[in-house]
Write a protein that binds this ligand. Structure first.
Ligand code: GDP
Length: 399
C-alpha cells in the first residue's frame, strides 16, 4: 500500500507528460499531496497494527506451544519406538502345510512368497510310499521387503495321507507342534531367556482335495487332532478343477461339516465398530469366502497382454492372482498383510498358553503325588552344555 501511494505522488507528473493528462491545479495537487500523506499515515498505522497483532499472535502461539510442551510427557511416540525396534529386530513366521502329496502344497507356497523353497525335493515313487511314514521337513528363507526382514519357516509334512494305512498319520505332526511348545517352555524357564528361538507353528494350511463331496474322514481326524494346538486354515486345493457353482457347493458343505464335527478352525477376529466401511466390507468378504479355494502355479504366462502367474490350458488361461478365478489373493492378503500378527498372537496367547497351563498342572500333580518341593524334575530339561554351565556359574557368583 505504502509503495503504491508513494509511486502515485512521485510519478503523477511523469504520467502527465507521457500520457498527456491535464496538469493538476495547485489546490488539487495540494489536496492530493495531503490525502496521500494522510493515506500513507493511515496505511502505516494499519500495517504496524497488523504487525503488532501478528507478533502478539506469534507470541501467544509460542507460549501455547511451550505450555503444551510442558504438559506433553512424550509417550505418544511409543508406537514409533516400537516400530523402529521391531523393524531392526526383524520378524519371523512359521507356516505349516499339510495335505496329501500332489495337492499343490509346494507350488502354492512358492506362489505365495515368490521363492523357490523346494529346489532339492526328492519325490518318492509309489513303492517307496507304501510304508512311508510322515516326515517333517523345515525350509527357512530370509526375505526382505522395503527394509523389513522376515524369517519365514515352512514346515512341510510329506507322506501325510499317502500310506495304505493312514491310521494316526497326523501323530508325527501333533508331536512336532508339541515339541516346539515344549522347547519354548524350556527356554522360557531357563537362564538365557534373551535369545529364545521361537519355532512354534503359527499357522497350518490344510489342503482339502477338490474331487470329493466334502471332508474325508482323514480330514476330520487331522483337524480334530490339531485344532487345539495350531491355527488351522482349510483350503480347497487345485480349485481350477471345479466350476464356480461346484466351488460354492463344496465350500458350503465343508463349512457345514466343520460345524457338525466341532472343528475349531482359525477364527478371524471381530472387526471393530469404528472401522471404516471399506474395511468392514473386506472383512466380511474374507470371512464369507472360507475355506479359500486356491490355485498355484510356478510359471508366468501371457494373458490380456500382461505377464501373469498362471496355468496355460488348451482352452484358456487360469490366472492365480485373478480374484474371479480363485481366492489366492484373499488368502495371501490375509496371511501376510492383515492377519499375520493375529495368527502369532493367537498361537502365543491361546495355543501355547493352553499347553503351558496343562504342563504346569501335570507338574503340580506330580509334585503333590510324590511329595516333592520343586517342580523341576518333571520339566524335560536337557543336560546343560558348556555355555549353560558357565552361565549358571556366573549367576551363582552374582547371587
Ligand atoms: P505337493 O506334493 O502337494 O507339494 O504338490 P506340488 O506342488 O508338487 O504339485 C503337484 C502337481 O500339481 C504339479 O504337477 C503341479 O504343477 C500341479 N499343481 C499345483 N498346483 C495346482 C493347481 O492349483 N491346479 C492344478 N490343476 N494343478 C496344480
Amino acid at each position: 500500500m505504502n509503495e503504491f501511494l508513494l509511486d502515485l505522488r512521485f510519478f503523477y507528473p511523469c504520467l502527465v507528460s507521457s500520457l498527456k493528462l491535464p496538469p493538476l491545479s495547485h489546490s488539487i495537487s495540494l489536496f492530493l499531496s495531503l490525502s496521500v500523506r494522510h493515506l500513507l499515515y493511515l496505511s502505516e498505522q494499519g500495517e504496524s497494527d497488523c504487525c503488532r497483532a501478528e507478533e502478539r499472535e506469534r507470541g501467544q502461539g509460542k507460549e501455547n506451544k511451550e505450555n503444551q510442551e510442558k504438559q506433553y510427557v512424550g509417550f505418544a511416540t511409543l508406537p514409533n519406538q516400537v516400530h523402529r525396534k521391531s523393524v531392526k529386530k526383524g520378524f519371523d513366521f512359521t507356516l505349516m502345510v499339510a495335505g496329501e502329496s500332489g495337492m499343490g502344497k509346494s507350488t502354492l507356497v512358492n506362489s505365495l512368497f515368490l521363492t523357490d523353497l523346494y529346489k532339492d525335493r526328492k519325490l518318492l515313487n509309489a513303492e517307496e510310499r507304501i510304508n512311508q511314514t510322515v516326515e517333517i521337513i523345515k525350509h527357512t528363507v530370509d526375505i526382505e521387503e522395503k527394509g523389513v526382514k522376515l524369517k519365514l519357516t515352512i514346515v512341510d509334512t510329506p507322506g501325510f495321507g499317502d500310506a495304505v494305512n493312514n491310521n494316526e498319520c497326523w501323530k508325527p505332526i501333533t508331536d512336532y507342534i508339541d515339541q516346539q511348545f515344549e522347547q519354548y517352555f524350556r527356554d522360557e524357564s531357563g537362564l538365557n531367556r534373551k535369545n529364545i528361538q521361537d519355532n512354534r507353528v503359527h499357522c497350518c494350511l490344510y489342503f482339502i482335495p477338490p474331487f470329493g463331496h466334502g471332508l474325508r474322514p482323514v480330514d476330520v481326524e487331522f483337524m480334530k487332532a490339531l485344532h487345539e494346538k495350531v491355527n488351522i486354515i482349510p483350503l480347497i486345493a487345485k480349485a481350477d478343477c471345479l466350476t464356480p457353482n461346484e466351488i460354492k457347493k463344496l465350500k458350503d458343505r465343508i463349512r457345514e461339516e466343520i460345524d457338525k464335527f466341532g472343528i475349531k478352525v482359525y477364527q478371524f477376529p471381530e472387526c471393530d465398530s469404528d472401522e471404516d466401511e471399506e474395511f468392514k466390507q473386506l472383512d466380511k468378504e474374507l470371512k464369507e469366502c472360507t475355506p479359500f479355494a486356491v490355485i498355484g502355479s510356478n510359471t508366468v504366462v501371457e494373458a490380456r497382454g500382461q505377464r501373469v502367474r498362471g496355468r496355460l490350458y488348451p482352452w484358456g488361461i487360469v490366472e492365480v492372482e485373478n480374484q474371479s478365478h480363485c481366492d489366492f489373493v484373499k488368502l495371501r492378503n490375509m496371511l501376510i498383510r492383515s492377519h499375520m500378527h493375529d495368527l502369532k498372537d493367537v498361537t502365543c496367547d491361546v495355543h501355547y498358553e493352553n499347553y503351558r497351563a496343562q504342563c504346569i498342572q501335570e507338574m503340580t500333580r506330580y509334585m503333590r503325588d510324590n511329595r516333592m518341593e520343586s517342580p523341576l524334575p518333571i520339566l524335560p530339561l536337557s543336560t546343560p552344555d558348556v555355555d549353560t554351565e558357565k552361565l549358571i556359574k556366573m549367576k551363582d557368583e552374582e547371587v
